[in-house]
Design a protein around this ligand. Structure first.
Ligand code: FAD
Ligand code: PYC
Length: 418
């Protein structure tokens, strides 16, 4: 009772005080002249990197430099699907490391990231789709990752609203199901990592765009920012859709193309869909947020660019796909649309590791699928920066693979056309 009184009182007090009594979740320090390590990009991956640098490697003289506000990039723009059902062992193990971190993340950060393991269905609509699904499920199981092949009857029983009629353009012939997959609250992931990193001494510096990268005799020595020069012997760059721009500042070229990727939400509905459905062939994916909105997406816009918008025909295509799978949703009104910029690599896998410039590390090329990797990517990148060598989990994702030819083709499991 006392506790309840206290919380009602504090709610009232905060309501009339214009948030004056609220504690800041992280500090806003002025940048120091020099740090042991700088992380460029305050998205989930950058903040996770800083957190694990401090937590796992004892590096606390670290700053995250963000040009806008933390989580304002793809971290705050994505459809939050989390899964680890990739085809090749290298990719599957990296995403599985991440999924395991997701499973303990709210406790680890002492911040509710609302990770909900509601399952992810990847639908098959042709015999070839089903062969691919069976192969991928088999490969996942060999890697110790939960995966099942399910029939149209099982899908209908779990998702009554889905259209499993055989008399449609793309009949549903089955699906892979990863029950441990699901969704999380994207903003909370950025805020949770930011608060936890700050508590370990990391400086999070917003409105601090990096405009140049200083080098001396092949070594990185610091960066130029809108708030002045900052020195560091180690610089990790994690800027999602702008990796080529930052690489250019260090005289490097990356095998990446930047594209807009859109997402859409509907008006809120009562709970109708308690899992995640993806279809590579009809080409759309959908879940329902805790607020009730249908969260929808499809493939990238085909042109290159840095405008966070996207074109109308892509919207039309995404809606057609969802209505094909869920005809009843044709009566639902859409509320909002937005876009983010994704950096796509030739094998649909990320680049995480060292560069030809000593002390300069890049983590990029996650394309349409890096949200699920946020904790694992930060964990592996922190190891790479702290030890100046990749962890076994990210060693296969080096830049060199584009010259050695050891590509890891994940276009199929990426599941979002690009
Ligand atoms: P970001 O969150 O974009 O962070 C990079 C930060 O770098 C930004 O905040 C940016 O402002 C900053 N920055 C850029 N340039 C500079 C500079 N010069 N100086 C300082 N800072 C700079 N993935 C999934 O796994 N599941 C999904 O369901 C999913 N859906 C998606 C839907 C959409 C519409 C989009 C756009 C992406 C989706 N993704 C999904 C992909 C996922 O969002 C990204 O791969 C992931 O969030 C990348 O995280 P990040 O921290 O690297 O990037
Ligand atoms: O990688 O699972 C994914 C995904 C879903 C939507 C966008 N990306």
């Amino acid at each position: 009772m006392t506790r309840q009184k206290y919380s009602i009182f504090s709610l009232l007090r905060n309501a009339v005080s214009r948030n004056e009594n609220w504690q800041q979740a992280w500090r806003s320090p002025a940048p120091r002249k020099k740090y042991d390590a700088l992380i460029v990009g305050g998205g989930g991956h950058g903040l996770a990197t800083a957190y694990y640098l401090a937590k796992e490697h004892g590096m606390r003289n670290v700053a995250v430099l963000e040009k806008g506000w933390i989580g304002g990039g793809n971290t705050g723009r994505n459809t939050t699907i989390v899964r680890s059902n990739y085809l090749w062992t290298e990719a599957a193990l990296l995403y599985e490391k991440s999924l395991k971190l997701w499973e303990g993340l709210s406790r680890d950060l002492n911040y509710n990231v609302m990770f909900s393991q509601r399952g992810v269905y990847n639908l098959g609509h042709s015999l070839q789709d089903m062969r691919d699904i069976e192969r991928r499920v088999g490969a996942n199981r060999l890697d110790g990752i939960d995966a099942e092949v399910v029939t149209p009857e099982q899908i209908k029983a779990a998702i009554p609203m889905i259209n499993t009629s055989p008399r449609v353009r793309y009949p549903i012939l089955g699906a892979s199901l990863q029950r441990r997959g699901g969704v999380a609250r994207h903003d909370a992931v950025a805020w949770g990592f930011a608060r936890a990193a700050d508590a370990l001494g990391v400086d999070i510096i917003q409105q601090c765009e990096v405009t140049g990268i200083y080098r001396d005799h092949g070594r990185v020595t610091g960066v130029e920012t809108r708030r002045g020069r900052i020195e560091a012997d180690r610089v990790g760059v994690v800027v999602a859709g702008h990796a080529s721009v930052l690489a250019g500042m260090a005289g490097l070229r990356l095998p990446l193309e930047s594209h807009p990727l859109q997402a859409y939400v509907s008006e809120p509905l009562k709970p109708v869909l308690d899992t995640v459905v993806m279809s590579g062939a009809v080409h759309g994916y959908i879940s329902q947020s805790d607020k009730g909105e249908l969260v929808i997406g499809a493939g990238i816009d085909a042109y290159n660019g840095y405008g966070q918008r996207g074109s109308f025909h892509t919207i039309e295509h995404a809606m057609q796909a969802i209505i094909e799978l869920f005809p009843a949703f044709s009566r639902v009104r859409m509320l909002r649309q937005w876009g983010g910029i994704v950096d796509v690599s030739p094998d649909a896998c990320p680049i995480i590791g060292k560069t030809p410039v000593q002390g300069l590390y890049f983590n990029c090329g996650w394309g349409t699928g890096g949200f699920k990797a946020t904790p694992g990517s930060g964990w592996a990148f922190a190891h790479t920066i702290a030890r100046d060598e990749p962890h076994d989990l990210n060693a296969p994702f080096s830049l060199e693979r584009f010259t050695t030819g050891a590509l890891i083709d994940e276009h199929g499991a990426a599941a979002v056309a690009h």
